[in-house]
Design a protein around this ligand. Structure first.
Ligand SMILES: [Zn+2]
Length: 488
């Protein structure tokens, strides 16, 4: 923020001047400097790999997200999840084997994973049996030996049970949701630990290898590219590999009776799985998927991942679609703008991911505005028309509340205002800075933060840099001030 940055710089100058004034003699005399620079006795050489003493501590049970403080864990970063899952729809039992490759960020005496339910067995760290305890969704693992900071380690465990469906603060359901022929698997914001042990925080992205074994005749989908399928003893295994960093909440394993269509879109493999009951209704919309990927690539930058696709299930009790990485999940045949929304999330949300959940407008405002852009691109309406329609809403309309970046409760995460007023914020920015600057901001936001995590402050700073305008008041009015923004 231009004004605030100037303020900080001025404060730093004042601080430096003040300190110099307090210690003028020391600053000018500096009698010790010569000794420091040319020590009489060189310090003994220490091999750079000398391990030093270990001071192992417990990794934090959470990463302190304002809405989900216990989601995620401290002390390590996951590099890869390798999951072997076996699901039997007739009993609802999921059996899993997880191998998690991670790197310690501190000396660790113990650490947590997030996992809900299941009976566990064979918990090991680097191949050695480890002690574990359960406390809610915290799986606390104490390895046989402490783990040194900055070293890689491997956690492996087996688990089995009927996955619990997670009910969110806003009353919606997520996680491993059974359907008549399989399961609809979605994880935003906290459903993933209901089907695999995870460091369940969007900051810890990792690659995934997910192999799902299901009864012959069913199709099991996951993120990324299909590495192979094989059948044995009346069961088929579907092995998927997501090689781009992915937040846990974007992992999927939706399975059931599907027609799987493979093709190539934007130079990468496309996998579109459709429940037979939804085929007729979804075909005309899914036919637009390649054009959407091409259009958003031209506006935002190159498509982020090495696969595209969609999963259209028959799971109306879920009541929403989710942008699972490379394969958004739809609980029914999607409308055109729902598909555009979830495809646009592949850039904003999946590749460029929020750091904390209260910044959800960075996902949803961008995806909602992408719907407007798609409508404009296809000549159906202009973004200005949508904006004007919404802006005509009275001041007491729910459209304005809560302000998109002013959420105070996790139940507000998917409020209409996060989407509509979030998208209006971007359109108002476009009008304020002009099309060339606005679309450059969109492109740079993606290019500079690809595979990373972002904050609202970071977006404001970028918009101010690119536009050379002080936009503090503008963003305060649109993002954090309650009520209808009067002007901008
Ligand atoms: Zn969305």
């Amino acid at each position: 923020m231009v004004a605030r940055r100037t303020g900080i710089r001025a404060a730093l100058v004042a601080l430096t001047v003040g300190m110099a004034a307090l210690v003028p003699a020391a600053a000018s005399a500096a009698p010790w400097r010569a000794d420091v620079r040319h020590p009489h006795h060189p310090r003994p050489w220490v091999p750079p790999w000398h391990p030093g003493p270990l001071s192992p501590q417990a990794g934090a049970p959470g990463l302190g997200d304002p809405f989900f403080p216990l989601a995620g864990n401290g002390g390590y970063d996951v590099g890869n999840y390798s999951l072997k899952l076996d699901y039997e729809p007739s009993t609802g039992v999921l059996a899993g084997a997880a191998v998690i490759t991670a790197r310690a960020t501190q000396d660790l005496s113990r650490f947590d994973l997030d996992l809900r339910g299941f009976t566990l067995a064979n918990v090991r760290v680097d191949g050695r049996p480890a002690v574990f305890t359960r406390d809610g969704q915290e799986l606390v693992i104490t390895p046989a030996r402490p783990i040194r900071a900055r070293t890689a380690f491997v956690v492996s465990l087996s688990y089995a049970g009927v996955p619990e469906v997670v009910t969110d603060p806003d009353g919606s359901i997520e996680g491993w949701v059974p359907t008549v022929d399989g399961a609809f698997v979605v994880g935003e914001p906290q459903g993933s630990p209901s089907w695999f042990p995870a460091n369940d925080n969007p900051r810890d992205k990792a690659t995934y290898d997910v192999a799902i074994t299901v009864p012959l005749g069913l199709t099991a989908m996951s993120n990324g590219v299909l590495a192979g399928t094989w059948s044995r003893g009346g069961r088929t295994t579907w092995a998927w590999r997501e090689s781009s960093p992915m937040a846990t909440y974007l992992a999927t394993a939706t399975l059931g009776r599907f027609t799987l269509t493979r093709s190539r879109v934007a130079g990468v493999p496309s996998y579109v799985a459709v429940d037979p009951s939804q085929e007729a209704a979804s075909a005309p919309v899914l036919a637009k998927l390649p054009a959407m990927v091409d259009y958003f690539s031209s506006v935002f930058g190159r498509y982020p991942f090495d696969a595209v696709g969609a999963i259209v299930d028959d799971a109306p009790e879920v009541g929403y679609a989710l942008e699972s990485q490379t394969k958004p999940n739809f609980d029914r045949a999607p409308g055109e703008f729902t598909l555009a929304h979830e495809i646009a999330h592949q850039w904003y949300g999946n590749s460029v991911t929020l750091t904390v959940w209260p910044d959800i407008w960075l996902n949803e405002g961008f995806a909602a505005y992408s719907e407007w852009l798609w409508g404009e691109h296809t000549g159906q309406f202009t973004a200005q028309e949508v904006f004007d329609d919404l802006y005509a809403e009275p001041a007491d309309s729910g459209l304005w509340s809560p302000p998109p970046a002013g959420l105070t409760d996790p139940a507000q995460l998917f409020s209409g205002s996060v989407y509509d007023r979030g998208a209006m914020t971007l359109h108002a920015l476009r009008v304020t800075v002009g099309d060339p600057v606005f679309f450059r901001i969109l492109k740079r936001w993606y290019a500079q933060n690809r595979d990373g995590n972002v904050t609202t402050a970071g977006f404001i700073a970028l918009a101010e840099r690119e536009s050379r305008q002080d936009l503090d008041a503008f963003f305060a009015a649109w993002l954090t001030t309650p009520g209808k923004p009067a002007s901008w």
